[in-house]
Write a protein that binds this ligand. Structure first.
Ligand SMILES: *[C@@H]1O[C@H](CO)[C@@H](O)[C@H](O)[C@H]1NC(C)=O
Ligand SMILES: *[C@@H]1O[C@H](CO)[C@@H](O)[C@H](O)[C@H]1NC(C)=O
Ligand SMILES: *[C@@H]1O[C@H](CO)[C@@H](O)[C@H](O)[C@H]1NC(C)=O
Ligand SMILES: *[C@@H]1O[C@H](CO)[C@@H](O)[C@H](O)[C@H]1NC(C)=O
Ligand SMILES: *[C@@H]1O[C@H](CO)[C@@H](O)[C@H](O)[C@H]1NC(C)=O
Ligand SMILES: *[C@@H]1O[C@H](CO)[C@@H](O)[C@H](O)[C@H]1NC(C)=O
Ligand SMILES: *[C@@H]1O[C@H](CO)[C@@H](O)[C@H](O)[C@H]1NC(C)=O
Ligand SMILES: *[C@@H]1O[C@H](CO)[C@@H](O)[C@H](O)[C@H]1NC(C)=O
Ligand SMILES: *[C@@H]1O[C@H](CO)[C@@H](O)[C@H](O)[C@H]1NC(C)=O
Ligand SMILES: *[C@@H]1O[C@H](CO)[C@@H](O)[C@H](O)[C@H]1NC(C)=O
Length: 565
């Protein structure tokens, strides 16, 4: 069966009908384009509008949702629209189009209007909007005071010390109770009654609704999705295979893993390349030396710099054991490093500005200033971390962390199978030992869905190998910290003749994490002419793009030590 739902009655209803047809997502009202809200969009060449859609596509009586949409006009002769989702889940299409209009128009050939929107659960223009489960940051901090939610998980030696294991497992019943209580708080918040209408299947239907209005109910739908946006993409092409136009999926989430496992366990596996990317950072730093990388000393190799980082983590660990309210815990440091794994473009500034400051804070030589060590990146494609997202988001009135990312993952997730927090923690321990020594223990991570109280009324769980109206293009970095190459290979394998897979020889999250004229040309030729490159094509990153002074991606890849980190 295509998909299922919590409610057995709906399950029957779905089984007896063909759920997704062009007609089931009717074109309704028009979109009145006008100026965008200047508090988020400062590019006046962009237009914004709204479209009302059913909250529940299976039950029009439930009410309406309202989608906030943004459009960048094609620069060349217009051939229709290309829809764009920036991932997250929970990132705002409106802001990302404002910030990246030129890049999006370029890679899609300039012949389509770029159309994006704030999906359900995102921002305060779309309704239902951003999900908050606490009224304020103070309430959140008090609620989680004294727990790993605020400090992160402490471990040394790849989580091999039985004492660390014991300390973590002792927290399991407490954290389970907290997470269950958070679930109830979310359910009883003002977002609560909308939680079951948030999720990827509804978002796919929303995109089709917008396309029906803009380009007509028969027109092929073009789409560019990055990161979690590839899950929207793989659901879309399989839910509406006859509507598939030109589709690029970059930085792939494995839809089968997502449909069959709890997100907590898929995420552990997704970090297979993360430590290798950390090693790339060390390698670049060592190659460029102290003049270009303040984290290196003269003559250091990558493993020497790693030894320094491990020593720093140990110092922070010991200090946290003595006094749990230290300004910078080892978990904080891992979180800061983890953010870097997404954006090599930021490495030079990280090792020269932020890292020395982290060292000073840990050594007690500088006052704590996490806002600097965790500065928010304007183009953060994947703010997976709640504490990193403590920055005010989308609401003037509520400064508490957004739960939108959890709300979307968990709405789509498989049903809870009685997983306990102890199971979750054991998974973290094993991921730290077996998958990523550096980043296996990150907490919080918004994917622990066993304790989330709601599932979406619509979920797509496969099949993922439908015959598509047009061939699609799948792109992946060689090394991606969270959407690794094997996931892209899985999706390409499922789609067989209907997908071409291209790889970029670089590290970072999605191929946009490094510039490649080769990859751009492949995207442009496909989007403009439908020309597909040979399956398995490998692109290099532009040689003049330097990550550290005098050091480019190829230099780093050629010099990586073979030793494990
Ligand atoms: C919008 O604001 C950003 C950041 O302040 C700036 O870099 C950009 O040039 C502005 N764009 C326009 C079109 O004014
Ligand atoms: C975008 O294109 C439409 C249709 O050609 C036109 O009416 C509109 O004025 C354009 N918008 C901008 C901001 O140039
Ligand atoms: C956290 O607990 C400590 C002691 O248990 C207390 O001193 C502190 O005020 C609490 N902080 C918050 C934000 O509730
Ligand atoms: C983690 O395990 C790797 C591989 O076995 C090893 O090289 C490394 O030294 C360990 N790290 C720590 C901090 O113990
Ligand atoms: C623990 O660290 C906090 C913050 O740095 C400090 O205010 C407090 O006095 C320390 N407590 C002890 C017992 O040293
Ligand atoms: C912390 O860093 C931020 C960003 O660089 C800066 O605006 C702020 O003044 C700093 N705060 C302290 C206490 O140094
Ligand atoms: C919506 O969010 C923007 C910032 O993204 C803010 O300026 C505006 O005041 C918010 N509106 C409401 C009603 O909260
Ligand atoms: C690590 O993986 C091995 C086999 O790949 C498995 O036998 C072992 O149980 C795993 N360790 C943990 C701690 O999960
Ligand atoms: C492209 O290669 C992948 C293996 O990497 C394969 O699974 C897929 O079916 C191939 N696609 C085409 C169109 O041959
Ligand atoms: C698209 O095809 C036309 C005609 O064959 C060709 O002139 C043009 O260069 C192609 N554009 C791209 C981006 O490949």
């Amino acid at each position: 069966m295509a998909y299922y739902s919590f409610a057995p009655i709906l399950l029957l209803a779905f089984a007896s009908t063909t759920p997704y047809t062009a007609a089931s997502v009717r074109s309704g009202s028009q979109i009145q384009w006008g100026a965008c809200d200047p508090s988020v969009v400062n590019d006046t060449s962009l237009s914004c509008g709204f479209l009302e859609v059913p909250l529940d596509y299976q039950d029009p009586l439930v009410g309406r949702a309202r989608l906030a949409i943004i459009k960048a006009n094609a620069t060349g002769e217009r051939r229709g629209s290309v829809f764009f989702n920036p991932g997250g889940p929970g990132n705002t299409g409106i802001q990302v189009v404002n910030d990246n209009k030129e890049e999006l128009l370029e890679v899609t050939g300039g012949v389509y209007d770029i159309v994006s929107w704030d999906p359900r659960g995102v921002g305060n223009r779309t309704s239902p909007g951003e999900v908050f489960c606490f009224d304020s940051l103070a309430e959140y901090s008090t609620f989680f005071n004294g727990t790993i939610e605020l400090t992160g998980i402490e471990e040394t030696g790849n989580f091999t010390d039985p004492a660390d294991v014991q300390v973590l497992l002792e927290q399991a019943p407490i954290m389970q109770e907290k997470y269950e209580e958070v679930g109830q708080k979310c359910l009883h918040s003002s977002s609560g009654k909308f939680l079951k209408y948030i999720g990827t299947a509804a978002t796919v239907c929303d995109m089709v609704s917008i396309a029906n209005v803009l380009d007509g109910p028969e027109a092929p739908i073009n789409y560019l999705g990055r990161s979690y946006g590839t899950l929207i993409g793989s659901w879309f092409v399989n839910m509406f295979p006859e509507r598939v136009g030109r589709v690029i999926l970059d930085g792939v989430f494995d839809p089968i893993a997502f449909a069959t496992q709890e997100p907590g366990s898929t995420f552990s596996g997704q970090r297979v390349s993360a430590d290798t990317i950390y090693k790339a950072l060390l390698t670049g730093c060592a190659l460029t030396g102290p003049s270009g990388c303040a984290a290196a000393s003269e003559g250091d190799g990558p493993l020497d710099i790693d030894a320094e980082v491990q020593a720093l983590l140990k110092t922070a660990y010991d200090a946290t054991k003595d006094n749990s309210s230290v300004p910078m815990t080892p978990g904080d440091i891992r979180l800061a490093l983890w953010g870097e794994m997404y954006f090599p473009v930021d490495w030079s500034s990280f090792v020269n500005e932020e890292y020395p400051q982290i060292v000073q804070i840990v050594d007690g030589e500088a006052p704590a200033n996490k806002s600097r060590a965790f500065r928010k990146r304007s183009n953060n494609l994947n703010p997976l971390h709640r504490r990193k997202a403590l920055v005010k988001r989308s609401s003037e009135s509520n400064d508490s962390p957004s739960y939108t990312t959890s709300a979307i993952y968990c709405a789509d997730s498989i049903d809870p199978q009685g997983t306990t927090m102890e199971d979750v923690f054991k998974g973290i321990i094993s991921a730290t030992r077996n998958v990523s020594h550096m980043f296996g223990s990150l907490w919080p991570f918004p994917v622990y869905c066993s304790f989330w109280p709601v599932r979406s009324v619509e979920r797509y769980q496969g099949p993922f190998n439908k015959k598509l109206a047009n061939k699609i293009l799948i792109a992946s970095n060689l090394l991606d910290p969270i959407t690794p190459l094997p996931a892209a290979e899985t999706l390409a394998g499922l789609l067989g003749q209907d997908a071409v897979l291209v790889r970029q020889n670089s590290f970072g999250h999605t191929t946009v994490s490094a510039p490649s004229a080769c990859m751009n040309e492949i995207f442009i030729a496909y989007m403009t002419n439908g020309t597909l490159t040979a399956n398995g094509t490998v692109c290099e990153v532009d040689a003049d793009y330097e990550i550290f002074a005098g050091m480019n991606t190829a230099d780093i890849l050629a010099n990586m030590p073979s030793t494990d980190i």
